[in-house]
Design a protein around this ligand. Sequence first.
Ligand SMILES: C[S@@+](CC[C@H](N)C(=O)[O-])C[C@H]1O[C@@H](n2cnc3c(N)ncnc32)[C@H](O)[C@@H]1O
Ligand code: SF4
Length: 446
Amino acid sequence: MSNLFAKYDIPAPRYTSYPTVPYWETPPAKTMWVEHLKLALTNQDSAWSLYMHVPYCETLCTFCGCNTIITKDHQREDPYVNLILKEWQTYLTAVPELKERPLRHLHIGGGTPTFLSASSLEAMLKPILSQLNLAPNFEGSIEVDPRRTNYEQLKMLKSLGFDRVSLGVQDFTHEVQRLVNRIQPFDITKKITDEARSLGFRSVNFDLIYGLAKQTLATMKETVQKTIELRPDRIALYSFALVPWIKPAQRLFKDEDLPTGKAKRDLYELCRTDLLAAGYVEVGMDHFALPTDSLSVALNDKTLHRNFMGYTDQRTDVLLGLGVSSISETPNSFHQNEKVFATYQQQVEAGEIATHRGHVLTKEDQERRQQILEFMTTGQVRLNPEQVPLAADFLKEMIADQLVSIQGDSLQLTEAGKPFLRNACLFFDERLKLLKPQTQVFSKSL
Ligand SMILES: C[S@@+](CC[C@H](N)C(=O)[O-])C[C@H]1O[C@@H](n2cnc3c(N)ncnc32)[C@H](O)[C@@H]1O
Ligand code: SF4
């Protein structure tokens, strides 16, 4: 197996979208974007998801690849909440269907959503939620940094119907935490986990990362054991995405401190073995869940979904993103908000939709997007007749290594192939095949 890890450790997208962001062409014009939102919500049975991005963090974790603004200035809370509310009003005026169709999932991400105080969070959420038609199975979820979260915030969120909370943990060992500038004692993580549970949050998730500076089998063992001790319902075990051309702080790491190739993969395997032994189920790429969690149930029922937020059990027709740099999607197009704060602010204040970039999907994009989604959520997908010989050729090495197989017209991922899911998806990525990037734009696949 070890030589397979070396062989397949190549840059590959995570396919939270297809086409992937570097291959987006031109964004939909404003009228077309509004039209696409309306179109996706025409059907009486349609439902949608809402994402709100809070970019602020008090300190920078040097591994971080997210869209953040580092500041300790909490005077920025109110103006930001007002921008989100203003942006929401602009959308609601343009797409009144948002009020009619059920909202199935609301997720607040960042940055650090709990940078906002309980009262700021309430001021942002209450007016929007009160205008909406919540689905009977509505779910509210939020990413929290345990170092910057308090009971009051959790209590307020629970009262608004939130029942999922995701804690940024990353690694439990002191030396790794020091190197990534994120000292987070175990007791803090435990306290927030216990508080969320005592308030009745149905699901607690931990984000962990493998491949960070100075992680070894021993440190990873400690991290996974401490995780098991707190028994979160879900675990996202992310591969450290090294993208120093986008995130200069990652240049602070010394090459020799970063586990790569087989050493990095061994960290994942160790966690996987321990988590499976502790009763967790491996759900798609990088995710584990207790068998009782709705993600495991969705995996069994083959109703798992994947969008920009990763794996979810909420299949919706529209994901609308509010906030600086937020991404939205409809069956026909992708849309990302302005990433430069001042420009986002100026456009939102003027009542405009603050477009940074996007993509209008061709019919072929839509078909491939569907195939990638199916393969990533079920481990199998039906190929078109003309794709069968092409897949047999493109994936011949993966077939010979027994990582995937083709049975009739169905492409199947084997148990051994699970770590190489991204590699197999490259077959469907016509855009990448046609135009190989000249410089590195994706992190390594393993
Ligand atoms: C917005 S943060 C989570 C909330 C909060 N800011 C915190 O850190 O606790 C989202 C998650 O992305 C993951 N992440 C960030 N940078 C990453 C990178 N370079 N590679 C892999 N995962 C990364 C981390 O696991 C992090 O918890
Ligand atoms: S990992 Fe979380 S807290 Fe750290 S910089 Fe990134 S978004 Fe902020």
